[in-house]
Ligand binder design. Structure first.
Ligand code: AR6
Length: 172
């Protein structure tokens, strides 16, 4: 299947998604929970997730670590940490967060993954800029990993439209 057919963009709550093996968490370096999508993932997964996260010793910005999904519909959670928009290396670090998550999935034989829009909430990265980095990084990975498919889950309708526009710009 071509890359364009292995990328989905939809609106919803990523913690309710039943169609993927792993969802990605936009976490912070402590991996001990927070607000936004991180808070919702921990709330839905239940206390087992925090217990496992405590053993991971955190995660550096741009890297990714795997846990089980506990009470979530998805079997796994890939925790990554995006940059704050104030970081001078934001674009490189955001690319790394997507790539590390995809590599983490690949290393663990996980072939269907869902991403939230990393860094565009509390970390303040404008979604118009972040969506280009997200879609291009995923496109490049999928070109060399034919078994993998990716779903982007946007929480609001305006965010969905921004992703859909960017998708059209990139894929024509
Ligand atoms: N499903 C999908 N997307 C969601 C959901 C959800 N249930 N909830 C929020 N979003 P954010 P960040 C969207 O702030 O900017 C945490 O405290 C949201 O609308 O969750 O990477 C961490 O612990 C936005 O578009 O993550 C860190 O400290 C996107 O998810 C910090 O926030 C990301 O927003 C990370 O900030």
């Amino acid at each position: 299947m071509s890359v364009i057919n292995r990328i989905n963009v939809l609106r919803g709550d990523i913690t309710k998604l039943t169609t993927v093996d792993a969802i990605v968490n936009a976490a912070n370096e402590s991996l001990l929970g927070g607000g936004g999508v991180d808070g919702q993932i921990h709330k839905t997964a239940g206390p087992g997730l925090l217990e496992e996260c405590r053993k991971l010793n955190g995660c550096r910005t741009g890297e990714a670590k795997l846990t089980k999904g506990y009470n979530l519909p998805s079997k796994y959670v890939i925790h990554t940490v995006g940059p704050r928009y104030s970081s001078s290396r934001r674009e490189e670090l955001l690319r790394n967060a997507y790539r590390s998550s995809l590599e983490c999935a690949h290393e663990n034989s996980i072939h269907s993954i869902a991403f939230p829009s990393i860094s565009t909430g509390i970390y303040g990265y404008p979604i118009e800029e972040a969506s280009e980095v997200a879609l291009k990084t995923v496109r490049d990975f999928l070109e060399t990993h034919k078994e993998t498919s990716v779903t982007f889950v946007l929480f609001s309708e305006p965010d969905l439209y921004i992703y859909q526009d960017e998708f059209k710009r990139i894929f024509g």
